[in-house]
Design a protein. Structure first.
Length: 165
């Protein structure tokens, strides 16, 4: 009897189920980014700008090196995006208090407002999906997403809980 039960429990690992999971991620990401993409286009920005604005807003006083570690992009790519955001008044850079060479980043009031606008629809989508799925499914989703993340260091970021404000 337990053999039948355990075989049924592994049906989600079939090729078709795995392919459907991949497709669901693509469709969800498309819809999750559609509205912010349209807003960003009005500024001549792209998704890299959105990611920088999001993470700097989420982690005020973050260093450029910490941002590079999260985004996993080249210094040159970040420099281009960050330069635009600084010049247009969305992000400010300050030297570190202990190491003056370190550049600490934070959103300006203008940047805070743009981040709020970009994230509002996304927060609503996540909240609606969480409400409809329920607590057990939300915890399952969290486990699946953590399982997809490649490095232990990145997974540990979520063990610490949300950043302090």
């Amino acid at each position: 009897m337990s053999d039948v039960k355990s075989a049924a429990n592994l049906l989600f690992l079939r090729e078709e189920e795995l392919r459907q999971g991949i497709e669901l991620l693509y469709y969800a990401y498309r819809d999750f980014t559609a509205e912010p993409d349209a807003m960003l286009a009005r500024y001549g920005f792209g998704r890299a700008h959105h990611r920088v604005i999001y993470f700097v807003g989420r982690h005020p006083q973050m260093s450029v090196s910490d941002l590079l570690a999260i985004l996993r992009i080249t210094k040159q790519s970040l420099s281009r995006v960050l330069g635009q955001l600084v010049r247009q008044g969305f992000i400010q850079q300050k030297p570190g208090s202990r190491d003056r060479r370190q550049r600490l980043l934070e959103l300006t009031d203008k940047g805070i407002e743009l981040e709020r606008q970009l994230s509002e629809n996304q927060r609503q989508r996540i909240a609606k999906a969480y409400r409809e799925a329920g607590a057990q499914a939300v915890e399952g989703f969290r486990k699946v997403m953590l399982g997809i993340i490649s490095t232990d260091a990145d997974r540990r970021r979520f063990e610490r809980g949300p950043p302090s404000r």
